[in-house]
Design a protein around this ligand. Sequence first.
Ligand code: NAD
Ligand code: UDP
Length: 340
Amino acid sequence: MLDSILVTGGAGYIGSHVVVTLLQSGHNVIVLDNLCNSSASSLDRAYQITGRKPVFIQGDVRDRELLDKLFTQHQVSSVLHFAGLKAVGESTREPLKYYENNIVGSVGLCQAMASAGVFKLVFSSSATVYGEPEQMPISESFATGAPTNPYGRSKLMTEQVLMDLASSDPRWSIALLRYFNPVGAHPTGLIGEDPNGIPNNLLPYISQVAIGKLKELTVFGSDYPTKDGTGVRDYIHVVDLAEGHLKALQAINDKQGLNVWNLGTGRGYSVLEMIRAFEQASNRVITYRMAPRRPGDIAECWAAPDKAEKELGWKAERTLNDMMIDTWRWQSLNPNGYTE
Ligand code: NAD
Ligand code: UDP
């Protein structure tokens, strides 16, 4: 049997881009996804892009029997764990659903991995675990803070579970990747972000205004202590992010224990700068109105990316204009996402 990489949540936005990167670099890939927030079409598109197919298993990461069977039937060398729920607002209304999926799901996955003798894990974490740091840029040496919602807390708690696990048994080799704000789409326009209902995140919202599905963007807060009063974030192209996963996977092959890496660009852009850059790339006008701050939002957040550069030999290469052009290409070629 050939070695494969298991990608949980591999049909989703970030996972599908990582699947493409893995297939293109010659890895065999197994995707486990229950499709609760995605479509298997993303994997057909991954095949169109790469000419290679991942094995797809439709199922839940919390299904221990299924995981045991998967590990028996396939020789898995490492696991990239994307499966989880990510809607901040929903997590406040249904916290148990989030703790169950994101924490219990991760614990069950680690138990199944250990019993199959698989000890290499890359976990999708988030800059939200830093809470509201006093200083920018955010480096991995900063203490984690207090995320403002159950989604963020589920990421922080899972990190803590994985830290305890790595300290308890030297066979584990774990990467915690803290993403800043992933945006953009594959340059082919074949895969991209396909949010369910009205988007919560800035760029999918802007692109739906551009295509005429939404009337206007609400800018949450114009009185932040930032360059123009609007919130500042470190937006990173999803293909750069995907390449960071490949590098992290290579790094944990040689390292033991737990390692934390920020995946960001080191640059912050305001909401107004994002609107302007999108208008330029798409040649459309984005109607917007200013509104009060969104509860739980921080003023600004950007990464110190040097640890990843030094230790992984990775840095984000794509520009803000690349992010906008690729988002717009995906949105205009697929106005209804993966729904035909
Ligand atoms: P996504 O919703 O597009 O992808 C998650 C995938 O996991 C989906 O395909 C979904 O169907 C699947 N899934 C969810 N629960 C599952 C379960 N119990 N069993 C099997 N499959 C399940 O989200 P994404 O943006 O691609 O995010 C991927 C990961 O990265 C998530 O863990 C998310 O929390 C994390 N993350 C995302 C962002 C972001 O802004 N997109 C930022 C930081 C961290
Ligand atoms: N934002 C906004 N309008 C929206 C969505 C987001 O003004 O409809 C702002 C938000 O306040 C933040 C930035 O855009 O300053 C990025 O928000 P997003 O939800 O994409 O990511 P977050 O960093 O909050 O996870």
